[in-house]
Structure formats: structure tokens, C-alpha cells
Write a protein that binds this ligand. Structure first.
Ligand code: ADP
Ligand code: ZN
Ligand code: ZN
Length: 682
């Protein structure tokens, strides 16, 4: 080919797998462009943002190629490692490269012209002024013996040939954050950037504050869905241009291009929010591990209750296990008290929400000026309203679910589709005036605690109380400032917070997860209760009298026995043994095919046809309706695919997806289908 004749480039553009344009498309360019370059290309009548993709163009004969529309010269190309990560993730999670690549870039990139981006580039540099070292560097605590040992091992491992993946298993309050801070500090000292992933940044403003305080002389940017599009672009640019030293972000931050990456830390690595639940259903935790290998940087996964997948890998020696078995200051973990609800006498007219011994324990805390947390994983006042005369219940007309009674604004709200109405004055079916709430949510528990503990300052934190911007920070601030005696809330309050004056945590009704159909329910419950217990006695001076209360109808259950001993290892061993016997992950590999349709018959028929289309190397289970079959008038069914071998499952899915696409036209009324690889909820 003559030197100045146009060359063919592969360009990834946003085209879903379903469009048949799942691979990068070929375009002509009059000059060579490095892979990763951002360009604009014509597609049909539109002009789209694209990325010059690595690899040889196929250059099919007889197809007339169009030239690139323009090249974005104001930004450096995306790194080769970034393209490799996207390519792997797209393949693994069965999406097209272009769809995934474009969906993880800041949306503003698509909207702005080259000239506008050039301005943002300059602005990013200006808005991130050279950080000045504060007059007094932030005080650093002397490392505990455990922390020093863990960091020593991490350093030695990182100096080795292969970058390690380390699983930091540290009990709550053992100082894991300090380990992240030091590891980040080492990476920065070596001139590298650090990526720190957290489950939900707004839940733990404290963590962000600790990083900001410790690294006041460094540039830190956050990346999460709460940013405005302009902020997100600026933070992303700061990372991509190598200006930011630390990126602190949620799952989408795993895709941040970082030219000098030197460390990835994943806090609370077991947290389900690392798994994306729509579009490309990726696991940011798993991709962090992949990215670490790809870029030869150490990965530090931390948790008090690691996921069983990670724990198993540590058992097999594929991850290095680092342990912090003791709390800072050697305070003990809270004593676990199980209240056998079967023995609590029922009294007419008296609520058993809080059993007499738990009430007494709460009163003691109150008398001593200590704080308590009461945990109930259900928001609203009551999960359902009921008419005793005719049997009417507050169902949602659009979903196969009850609408929840919210007393504060007197509404019935569907937590699945959002459908909201004023509470009817009387039963809509028979006119009976006496419709009553059944069961209990956090609103009702708050009300009952206020009655049971006169004079106590009771507060509630859940998704409802924190809807407004800044509300969560204000409410957490009030707890930290000691303005709250009893805090009621959902799992939001169990995570990560370093409350200093809490000496009692109670889970009032956690049993339902013991018998849930999802095989991961016990793992999640155990993690939640361990995390919750971890909120009590964080001040070593109070650790002695700190307690975790659990009200249960099944006090002999093995899960509670392990909780009593704070024995994660024993719990993990017994769960893993059950999983091994049942052939469940991590001993097998799963994918779900989900179908949404106008009727359940259509959804099932599609899944049935899908199962007849192919089945080598995997086990296909029969299609079943989802636990909540109808949401917003859409009927949903799913089918489980299982294989003992991950590569076999991957090969199967790669062949299957195009067949599913081909099936689609024959199934009128099918709204959408999706493959979820390594699904978290089943
Ligand atoms: P974890 O994340 O393991 O639950 P944290 O990192 O929040 O624990 O640490 C618990 C508390 O101990 C925090 O208040 C932290 O500031 C403090 N801390 C951590 N390391 C040390 C240390 N080496 N010396 C003194 N205090 C420490
Ligand atoms: Zn009625
Ligand atoms: Zn609904």
C-alpha cells in the first residue's frame, strides 16, 4: 500500500450486541492513529464518538468504507491496558466492545467538540492547582503490630516477580483503612497512581475525609454516580491525564484510565454493590483483580467478611491471605446475645418488636449516655395494609408485590415500580374504615421505640430519610456528635461507619434470610450481622460492655452459632462445604438468561427456545418465573446455566448469544433479554 493512500482502522462505537454491529467497525483514515485515539465517525445518518481499537482491520473486499469524520486531538489516546480491560470485560460479560467502552466513559465526552474538550483539558489542569503541603502534616498513627506485619508482607510480595492479589481479612475495627492509606502512600512515593474502590461513597463520607486529610498534599479525585456530568468529566480527565494521584470511586471507577497505576485497593470487597445490575453486568471487584494482573500492579481486597469466592481463592493459595485478627487497642468484639423469640410470652396489645430483655438493655445504654443501633432491613411503616372485613391487601396494580405503607406522608408506595397513591380512608373493596398495617418497617419501629423509651432521642436512617441531598451527612453527623441515643435503620447504618459511642447493636428480625431461596442469602446475612456488630464498641474503652443482640426464632442455627464466636472462618468453611456438595459457586460457574415480556408465556417460550438452541458443555435448568414475577407490568422469567468449568461456560455463552439474537424475531411480545454472568442474586 502506498504511504499516502488511506489506511483502514478499527473503531469501537456504541452499538449494542443486539444490533449485529458488535465488533469494532472499519473506517478509512488518511493518517496513522495510535490505538486508543478518540475519533468521530459516521454511522448511518449519525456521527458518533469512537475509539480506534487495537488489532488489524479485517478489510473485507468489496465493502466500501467511509472515512473518519474527525480526530479528537486535545486528549491523549486511551492506554493499551484500558483497551485490553474493556475487551476482556466485554467478552466475559457478553456485551459488545463498543457498547461497554462508550458506556464507561464520561457522557460529556460524547457531547463536546474537540475545541471544547481542549478547554476542559486546560481547565482541569487549572482547577487542580499544585497541591501545597500543609504547614503541619496530618498525624499518622503508629502502626499496630498486626498492621506493620501485614504491610511488611505486602511490600515484600509487591517486590516479587508477579504482582500479588492480597485478601486482607481484618475484623471490624482492626484498622484496615490505615493499611490502605499506607499502601497508597507507598505507591505514591514510587511515583504511581492509586485506585481505591469503595461500595457506596455516600455511605462512608468518613473514608473520603480520611484520605483527604492524610493526603492533603496530593491530588485526589472521586468518581461515582453522584457527580454532575461536568464534575465527572473533570475528575476523569485528571486521572487520564495523570494529574490525579488518587482515584476514590465506586464500581464504575474500575474503568478509569490511569497512566501511572501502581495499586488497586477494594474496600469491603464482598459488597454486592460492586456488581453492576444492568447493561454490562460486570463485577468491579473481579475486574479489579483482572486489571491488576494486566497492569502488573498489586491488588488489595479488604473485608471483615470476605466473599466466599475470594475466601476460597485464598484457601487455594491463588490470593495471599493477610489477617488482622484483633481490634485496634485490643478491645474485644462485642458479646453476641441471642434472644429466643419462641420463649418471649405474647401479651395482648403489647408489641414484641423489642423483646423485654432487649428493651432493658436499651434502657441501660440510655441511662449511661451510650448509643444504640437498632437494625431492621425493611423501610416504610408496614410492608402491607390489610382489611380484616373482606381480606383486601395493598397490592400494586403493576407488580406482583405489596405496596408499602409510609405513614409520614400517608402513602402506599411500591418499592419495585415506584407507583404511589394516597392511603385510602377506607377499604377500596368493601368500604370498611378499619384497615390496618401488618408487619413492621423502620418507620414503625422508630415510632415504637419512641414510645418504649420516653425521653430518648430516636433517629432513623434509611433510603427514605436520606432522599434529600446532604441529608445522610447531616444525620450521620448528628450520630457522631452524640445528638442521637437510639439510631434505627436499614443496612445503610451497618456499613463502615466509625461510630465511637455505640455500645449496643440489635438486629430485631433477621431470620427470613436463613430460609431464603437464594443460596447466597446466609452469606449476606452473616456479613450484615458481622458488619453491624462491628459498629459497637469501636472505642476500646467501651469494648468491654458492648453487645450485639439478635432476636431470633432459630437460636440454634449454625449461622448464629458462628456469629456468637465471631468465627468467620468456621462459617465460611461450613458454607463452602455446602456449596461443594450442591455444586454451587465457587465450585461451579453460573450465568442467568433473563427474559422480560408482555406475558409470562412469551418469556417462558423464549427461554424454552433458547434452551433448545444449544447446550454443549453446560447444564441448562428449566425456565422459572422470577421471585417477583411482574414489575411495572412486565413479566419476568429466568433460566440458570451452570458449568463446572469457567472456560466451558464462556465458550458456550459466546456461541449462544448470537443464536438468542436470531431467535428474537420469532417471539413477538418479548421486550428484552439479557445474560448475567456470575449473577449475585438468583
Ligand atoms: P476497619 O476499617 O478495619 O473497621 P478502621 O480502619 O476504621 O477499621 O480503624 C478503626 C479505628 O482505629 C479508627 O478510628 C482508626 O482511626 C483507628 N486506628 C487505625 N489504626 C490505628 C493505629 N495504628 N493506631 C491507633 N489508632 C488506629
Ligand atoms: Zn375490605
Ligand atoms: Zn409496582
Amino acid at each position: 500500500m502506498a504511504a499516502n493512500s488511506p489506511r483502514v482502522l478499527r473503531v469501537a462505537v456504541e452499538a449494542p450486541q443486539h444490533s449485529g454491529l458488535g465488533v469494532p467497525l472499519d473506517y478509512l483514515s488518511d493518517r496513522p492513529l495510535p490505538a486508543g485515539s478518540l475519533v468521530r465517525v459516521p454511522l448511518g445518518q449519525r456521527e458518533l464518538l469512537g475509539i480506534v481499537w487495537p488489532g488489524e482491520a479485517a478489510a473485507l473486499p468489496g465493502i466500501e468504507l467511509r472515512p473518519l469524520a474527525s480526530v479528537i486531538t486535545s486528549l491523549p489516546p486511551l492506554p493499551a491496558a484500558w483497551c485490553a480491560l474493556i475487551e476482556f470485560a466485554a467478552g466475559y460479560y457478553q456485551r459488545s466492545v463498543g457498547e461497554l467502552a462508550l458506556s464507561v466513559l464520561p457522557p460529556e465526552l460524547r457531547k463536546l467538540s474537540d475545541a471544547q474538550l481542549a478547554k476542559r483539558h486546560t481547565l482541569t489542569e487549572k482547577r487542580l492547582p499544585e497541591p501545597t503541603a500543609p504547614a503541619e502534616p496530618a498525624p499518622r498513627p503508629v502502626l499496630s503490630a498486626g498492621q506493620a506485619e501485614v504491610l511488611g508482607r505486602l511490600e515484600a510480595l509487591s517486590a516479587g516477580v508477579a504482582a500479588p492479589v492480597a485478601l486482607l481479612h481484618g475484623v471490624t475495627g482492626s484498622g484496615k483503612t490505615e493499611v490502605y492509606l499506607r499502601a497508597v502512600q507507598d505507591a505514591l512515593a514510587a511515583g504511581r497512581q492509586a485506585l481505591v474502590l469503595v461500595p457506596e461513597i455516600n455511605l462512608t463520607p468518613q473514608l473520603e475525609a480520611r484520605f483527604a486529610e492524610r493526603f492533603a498534599d496530593r491530588r485526589i479525585v472521586s468518581l461515582h454516580s453522584g457527580l454532575t456530568p461536568a464534575q465527572r468529566l473533570r475528575h476523569w480527565l485528571a486521572a487520564h491525564l495523570g494529574l490525579a494521584d488518587i482515584v476514590l470511586g465506586t464500581r464504575l471507577a474500575v474503568f478509569t484510565p490511569l497512566p501511572r497505576l501502581g495499586l488497586i485497593a477494594v474496600d469491603e470487597e464482598h459488597d454486592p454493590s460492586y456488581k453492576q445490575q444492568e447493561g454490562a453486568r460486570y463485577s468491579a471487584r473481579d475486574l479489579a483483580v483482572y486489571r491488576g494482573r494486566l497492569e502488573s500492579v498489586p491488588v488489595l481486597l479488604g473485608s471483615a467478611t470476605p466473599s466466599l469466592e475470594s475466601w476460597q481463592r485464598a484457601e487455594e493459595g491463588r490470593y495471599v491471605r493477610l489477617s488482622l485478627p484483633a481490634r485496634i487497642g485490643d478491645g474485644g468484639l462485642p458479646a453476641v446475645r441471642l434472644v429466643n423469640m419462641g420463649l418471649v410470652p405474647a401479651q395482648k396489645g403489647v408489641s414484641t418488636a423489642i423483646s423485654p430483655p432487649l428493651l432493658e438493655a436499651l434502657q441501660q445504654r440510655l441511662a449511661r449516655g451510650e448509643q444504640s443501633i437498632v437494625l431492621l432491613n425493611r423501610r416504610g411503616y408496614a410492608p402491607v395494609l390489610h382489611c380484616g372485613a373482606c381480606g383486601w391487601k395493598s397490592g400494586c396494580p403493576h407488580c406482583s408485590a405489596w405496596r408499602v405503607f409510609h405513614k409520614l406522608d400517608r402513602t402506599l408506595r411500591c418499592h419495585h415500580c415506584g407507583f404511589t397513591e394516597r392511603v385510602p380512608r377506607a377499604c377500596p373493596d368493601c368500604g370498611n374504615l378499619d384497615i390496618a398495617p401488618i408487619g413492621r418497617g423502620t418507620e414503625r419501629l422508630e415510632e415504637q421505640l419512641q414510645t418504649m423509651l420516653p425521653g430518648a432521642r430516636v433517629a432513623r436512617i434509611d433510603a427514605d430519610s436520606t432522599r434529600l441531598r446532604g441529608a445522610l451527612e447531616a444525620q450521620l453527623g448528628a450520630v457522631h456528635a452524640g445528638e442521637v441515643d437510639v439510631l434505627v435503620g436499614t443496612q445503610m447504618i451497618a456499613k463502615g461507619h466509625d461510630f465511637r459511642r455505640v455500645t449496643l447493636v440489635a438486629a430485631v428480625n433477621p431470620d427470613s434470610a436463613l430460609f431464603a431461596s437464594d443460596f447466597r442469602a446466609p452469606e449476606r446475612l452473616f456479613a450484615l450481622l458481622m458488619q453491624a456488630a462491628g459498629r459497637a464498641g469501636r472505642d476500646a474503652g467501651q469494648a468491654e460492655r458492648s453487645e450485639m443482640w439478635v432476636q431470633t426464632w432459630h437460636p440454634a442455627h449454625a449461622l448464629y452459632a458462628a456469629l456468637r464466636r465471631h468465627d468467620f472462618a468456621a462459617f465460611a468453611a461450613s458454607q463452602l462445604e455446602e456449596r461443594r456438595m450442591a455444586g454451587l459457586p465457587p465450585y461451579s460457574h453460573l450465568a442467568l438468561l433473563r427474559a422480560e415480556a408482555r406475558t409470562i408465556e412469551i418469556a417462558r417460550a423464549f427461554l424454552q427456545a433458547a434452551s433448545e438452541a444449544a447446550a454443549e458443555g453446560v447444564t441448562l435448568y428449566p425456565p422459572v418465573p422470577m421471585a417477583i414475577q411482574r414489575v411495572a407490568n412486565v413479566e419476568r422469567a429466568q433460566m440458570l446455566v451452570e458449568s463446572a468449568s469457567r472456560p466451558a461456560l464462556q465458550r458456550f455463552l459466546g456461541r449462544w448469544a448470537p443464536l438468542l439474537q436470531a431467535l428474537r424475531p420469532a417471539h413477538k411480545g418479548l421486550i428484552r433479554w439479557a445474560i448475567d454472568v456470575d449473577p449475585l442474586t438468583i
